[in-house]
Each structure stands twice: as structure tokens, then as C-alpha cells.
Design a binder for this molecule. Structure first.
Ligand code: ZN
Length: 185
């Protein structure tokens, strides 16, 4: 019996370890969404973005930028919330956007069947910090483990959905080496 309890604890520990730290909306100071649409899970796509903004290396600095993205998306674009499902900072933290279960606004044609992950910064000529890349990859694995992302998901860059330079040439080259990158979505 004790052996079973130990095994169960180890399995639970391993499952918890496979998910990165996620800074909640309350922690980064999110505004409430003005509307919510739920995704059908698991989603078959993961779409990678960059914010085409300045960068950050602390939770306070990254939270400032995430709030600026939300303001831009709600006040300028007229969307119901920050567009991305998750945002990854140069501090190695994942920031909660629309999360796993809500339809985002980030890639036309893919919003209702994907999780959109945005790296804070501009990655045309350099890639994100290794801590940020690790966090994003861990987040995707976590999503698969939790049944939010299909095991046979396709990973794409925003530019594969619509004409845009996003996620930047350097980050686009980087993600082509990631698991499940799909050249022909
Ligand atoms: Zn994008």
C-alpha cells in the first residue's frame, strides 16, 4: 500500500513538473475580457508569434508589456481580450492570456483550432532567451499532457496562416527545429 502511495505521489509530481510556472491574469494585472468563446479541446494546432515589441527580463517588466499588448488588442483592435492564449517573457515566465480553453484572436483561420503563444520581444535577427524557449516548449508539452493540445498537433508560425513577418525571421527559423513543426499546414 505504501509503495502505491509513493508511486502515485511520484506520478503526480512528474505531471506537475511538466508544466512551467504560469503567471496568472491577476498577477500581471489583466483587465476582464468583454466576451468569451470556448475552444473544442484538444486543439490540433499551436501557433507561434512574437510581439514585435521591446523585450523584458523581469516579471515586473514583462507584466508591463503584457498589459500593453492587452490594451492594444482591446482599445485599438477592438478585441474582447488580449489576443494570445499565452505569452512568454524574456524572464522565462509564461503569462496567462486566454489560456487553454478560450478562442484567441491571433491567426485568422486558426483561432478556433489552436493555442497562440507569443514571445515578448522582436525576433527578426535574434532568438528568444533559452529560458523563454524552454518555457514555451514545456508549456506545449504540458498542454498535450493535460489533453488541451492534440498529441499529433501541428506547430506553425503566424506567417504560415497569413501574410505577416511574425514571428520574425530568427524565431521562425528556430521553431522549424521544434517537435511537430509543420511545413505544410
Ligand atoms: Zn503573430
Amino acid at each position: 500500500m505504501k509503495v502505491l502511495i509513493v508511486i502515485a505521489a511520484l506520478v503526480a509530481y512528474a505531471a506537475a513538473q511538466s508544466c512551467p510556472n504560469i503567471v496568472s491574469r491577476a498577477e500581471w494585472g489583466a483587465r476582464a475580457p468583454t466576451g468569451i468563446t470556448y475552444l473544442n479541446l484538444p486543439v490540433p494546432f499551436v501557433v507561434i508569434h512574437h510581439g514585435a515589441s521591446g523585450s523584458c527580463s523581469t516579471q515586473a517588466g514583462c507584466s508591463d508589456i503584457v498589459r500593453s499588448y492587452q490594451d492594444q488588442h482591446m482599445d485599438v483592435n477592438g478585441w474582447s481580450d488580449i489576443g494570445y492564449n499565452f505569452i512568454v517573457g524574456g524572464d522565462g515566465n509564461v503569462y496567462e492570456g486566454r489560456s487553454w480553453d478560450k478562442v484567441g484572436a491571433h491567426a485568422p483561420g486558426y483561432n478556433s483550432q489552436s493555442i497562440g503563444i507569443c514571445f515578448i520581444g522582436t525576433f527578426t535577427s535574434s532568438t528568444p532567451a533559452s529560458s523563454a524557449i524552454n518555457a514555451a516548449q514545456q508549456l506545449i508539452a504540458c498542454g498535450v499532457g493535460q489533453g488541451n493540445v492534440a498529441g499529433a498537433y501541428s506547430l506553425i508560425g503566424h506567417r504560415q496562416a497569413v501574410t505577416t513577418e511574425c514571428p520574425g525571421d530568427a524565431l521562425y527559423a528556430e521553431i522549424q527545429g521544434w517537435p511537430n513543426w509543420d511545413a505544410n499546414p
